[in-house]
Design a protein around this ligand. Sequence first.
Ligand SMILES: Cc1cc2nc3c(=O)[nH]c(=O)nc-3n(C[C@H](O)[C@H](O)[C@H](O)COP(=O)(O)OP(=O)(O)OC[C@H]3O[C@@H](n4cnc5c(N)ncnc54)[C@H](O)[C@@H]3O)c2cc1C
Length: 556
Amino acid sequence: MAVGLDGETLDFTLESISEFGRRELPDSMLIELDERDEFPEEVVRRMCGEDLGIQLLFVSEEHGGMGGGALDVYRVCERMAAMDLGIATSVLATFLGSDPIAVGGTPEQKDRWMRLIADEGVLMAYGATEPEAGSDLAAMKTKAEPVSENGSVVGYRLSGAKQWISNGGVAELSSVLALAPGGPSWFVIESGTEGFSHGEQEDKHGIRLSNTAALFLEDAYVGAANLVGGAEGQGLIQAQQVFGYTRLMVAAFGLGAGWAALDRAIPYSAERIQAGGPLSEKQGYTHKLIVPHAVRLEAARAAIEEAAERIDAGEGSLNTEGAIAKYLASESGNAAADAAIQAHGGYGYTHEYMVEKIKRDVRITTIYEGTSEIMEMTIARDRWQQHLKTRGDHYHAAARELEALESERPGIGAATTGLALHALAEVFEAARVARLTRNQHVLLRLGHLAATVEAAAALARRAARAATGDLSPKASRRFDASALAAIGRVNARDVALGVATEGVRLITGATASGEDDSGALASRIGLPAIQAAQAGLLADMDAVADALYDRSKPER
Ligand SMILES: Cc1cc2nc3c(=O)[nH]c(=O)nc-3n(C[C@H](O)[C@H](O)[C@H](O)COP(=O)(O)OP(=O)(O)OC[C@H]3O[C@@H](n4cnc5c(N)ncnc54)[C@H](O)[C@@H]3O)c2cc1C
């Protein structure tokens, strides 16, 4: 069954966002608002109101929304982030704030609050983080004391503080996680409730167009009807249930912001003349500052798109895949924005150029909704379990699938990705034999390697589908099949070499001298074959550059 919007409605929504941005938020205005550290409340309210109605995307049709699926939400988040990540964050905060209700609310609660969001575009905040409980939410201290009348609970008094809350100073409604006697639970609280207040807007490094503020609860009273789901102790489960989905949103933010930076560097370099010609014709420039970043962003896109399609197909919340997508897209978005400053030279270092703002904005994506390190841990723990459960065959089995794909459709990097997967399986196994995952550094680096290799596999599958005209009608079509194949080949080589070399270093580095023979390990991992697979890399990078600069390929 098709989930979410049809392709035409999605295209129309994306174009409406871009058109709204061009009309209402030109670069000069974004830069001014950023300098003034101003949240453009009226613009955001219009986006979540009659002008655009973006909030309808994440409200079900039953409650007056459009019932967008994960793929729709990713495309819309990417487009909003390309416009401005602060504004996108404000819209995301309403989505996050309504999440506990959407997944865990009673029918009455959904009817009440989801309708309010759909019909009136109210802004919400999501209050989970506390001053001393960030990555480790279990350390939270905010309390919910039941208030009883005639032996039954009629309400709760909330006390505590929430830190770094997006929309904290402007939301009409907030979802707040608090410790009730039955365990962590979500409560919905209205602004203006006695004992509920917020701090000043934080003076941030980036996303200065978003409002971030602390929330204070001093015996703030909410009725029992505001306990989400009507039962205590469901809070962390409700938060977990949507992680795959919400992390995809932040992944799409990293992707959108990273591409927004490259999309400024690319035309700039086509115009900027140095040493007698445009920078875009200098390989030392394009192959360092542009091509590798476009490749990494597209690998992240493949991970996002595949996870979104699987969520829409009903495969569950896919928390690990969401973590892979978020980790890679946010890290590549940051790297791309940094390279875009370099690509602009001295101009890129000034406030006048958007790449400088994008670089500061995208920085948040590796921090909120779970830091990169927490993503690495999430990925590593899950894949480690898979490795053990399958007696080491998990990634070998994935490699065999890629080998089959290679014989069906050569030239998309599937064979090299197969080598990377086999290598990863061997690195996991060497870590198991030497009991190295007791070292947190090793465990988290395994998470990093797993993320890069799994995204390479997703990219090969995406390139294969592009070649057979089999991509979802709602998928991004930025590159044609032949460019996507070249991107897949460049990425696969990079990832395979990364696993092999970092894998050997990781294992050898964690063992005392002489305990393992790094030469033998390198050959088990398949390093020589991976090195041989680097042949043709430069020509493929040339092909990617040609696609990015819309140059027809020279006769070869
Ligand atoms: C602009 C902004 C907007 C935000 N919006 C919201 C919001 O709307 N709602 C909300 O609830 N929260 C929000 N947050 C909070 C955000 O999700 C947290 O900042 C984030 O989860 C990290 O928590 P922390 O800041 O306490 O850092 P910490 O958890 O203290 O982490 C500090 C560093 O230590 C690392 N680390 C932490 N634990 C471990 C570990 N076990 N092993 C190894 N390394 C570790 C982290 O990766 C990080 O590098 C926002 C934050 C910002 C800055």
